[in-house]
Every structure is written in structure tokens, then in C-alpha cells.
Design a protein around this ligand. Structure first.
Ligand code: HEM
Length: 195
């Protein structure tokens, strides 16, 4: 068992096997329902990607950004050259796949346009989608380009580098702020109604 858990790929494979056992155990009949079941699968994938995205956003805001000033100068490159670029890779692609799977869920649920145009009944999820779209825009078009400069992936002078780090931090913080109402909309649409 330790051998399986020590290897991330094997551990993930184990997770998928357990997932299939649960899915077939509970929903063997629903599996034959096509679009109805596809909606369930895409909801699952959507929340999975969302956890990866927002989990890393919270890692940056609750762990990395507050801890960096306390890290001795000679150790900082371990974070900026190794940990942060890897975290940013998963962060930006998780954001993209959360958007994609979320839009697919809305389409399969039959309210994509109503929600995006904030029609009655789709206003809650519509607002959540717009907040998450703004957040994803920030990730791809503000945070990532600025992080490339701040981390030295793109060469710039020291002044531009410092400014880029501040901009990336402020937009990352903005996304943390927006994540609270966004997540409220995501989880209450189904339970409390779309208003
Ligand atoms: C632009 C990006 C996003 C879009 C288009 C989107 C869209 C949707 C849609 C259409 C639903 C189904 C609501 C329903 O009818 O019950 C949903 C549910 C949900 N979303 Fe998102 N979402 C986005 C971002 C996020 C993010 C960043 C998270 C963070 C984890 C998230 C977490 C959830 C959760 C937990 C649910 C509830 C699933 C359920 O109850 O079935 N979403 N989202």
C-alpha cells in the first residue's frame, strides 16, 4: 500500500477505481440515461477542477504570500523558481477547466443563456458564473503575465519586476474576495433556487 501511495499516479488510479465502484454502486441505472448522467459527471468534474483552482488560490493567499517575507533570502529561490511556477501551472489550467466544465453543466441543464443574461430563475448561478469568469480572466490575463515577470520567467528590470509582483498579489487578493460570493452562488442555486 505504501508503494501505491508513494507514487502520485498510482494513488490517483486508486482514487479513480474507488470512484468507479461508488458510481456504479449507486448509479448503475442512471448511467443509461445519457444527458442526465452526463450532467452529473460534469458537475463532479466541475467541482474537482474548482477545488484545484480555489485550493491553490487559497494556498497563495493563506500560505505563500504571508510566509514569503519570513523566508531567508537564500531560500526564496526554492519557492520562486520551483514551487510557485508548478503551483501556477495547475492554478491557471484548473481555472480554465473549471470555466469549461461549468459552462457545460449550465448548457446541459438548459439555462446557459438565461443565466449569463441574468434572467429570473437563473440570476443566482448567473451572478456566480460572471464572478468566476472575472476571476478566470484575472488569472489568465493579469496574474499569470505579471507572475511571469515577478518570478523571472520573463526577464525584466528590477522596478518592473517589483511592480508586477504587487499587481499579481492585488489581483490574487481580489479573486480571494470574489471567491466568497461566487461560491455562495454556486452552492445555493440548486438548493435555495435561482431567484
Ligand atoms: C466561470 C466559471 C464557472 C461556471 C461557468 C460555473 C457554473 C456552474 C453551474 C452551471 C453549476 C450548476 C448549478 C446548479 O444548477 O445547481 C455550478 C455548480 C457548482 N459550482 Fe460552479 N461554475 C464556475 C466556477 C466555479 C468555481 C471556481 C467553483 C469552486 C469550487 C465552483 C463550484 C461549484 C459547486 C461546488 C457547484 C455545486 C454543484 C452541485 O450542487 O451540483 N464553480 N457551477
Amino acid at each position: 500500500m505504501a508503494k501505491i501511495l508513494a507514487n502520485l499516479n498510482y494513488a490517483l488510479l486508486l482514487g479513480v477505481i474507488l470512484l468507479l465502484v461508488v458510481a456504479f454502486g449507486f448509479h448503475a441505472e442512471a448511467l443509461q440515461t445519457g444527458v442526465h448522467y452526463a450532467n452529473g459527471i460534469f458537475r463532479f468534474l466541475h467541482v474537482l477542477c474548482g477545488i484545484m483552482w480555489i485550493g491553490l488560490l487559497y494556498y497563495f493567499n493563506f500560505v505563500q504570500i504571508p510566509t514569503m517575507p519570513k523566508v531567508p533570502a537564500e531560500l526564496k529561490p526554492a519557492v520562486s523558481k520551483f514551487i510557485a511556477p508548478e503551483a501556477l501551472f495547475w492554478f491557471r489550467w484548473a481555472a480554465a477547466f473549471t470555466v469549461l466544465t461549468g459552462l457545460i453543466v449550465a448548457m446541459l441543464s438548459g439555462y446557459l443563456i438565461e443565466a449569463l443574461t441574468l434572467q429570473p430563475g437563473g440570476r443566482v448561478i448567473g451572478l456566480g458564473m460572471w464572478l468566476a469568469l472575472i476571476m478566470a480572466f484575472n488569472v489568465w490575463f493579469v496574474i499569470w503575465p505579471n507572475q511571469k515577470k515577478a518570478l523571472g520567467i520573463v526577464e525584466v528590470d528590477a522596478d518592473t519586476k517589483a511592480k508586477a509582483a504587487t499587481t499579481a498579489m492585488l489581483f490574487s487578493r481580489t479573486n480571494t474576495v470574489l471567491s466568497l460570493p461566487m461560491l455562495y452562488c454556486m452552492v445555493t442555486q440548486g438548493w435555495l433556487g435561482g431567484v
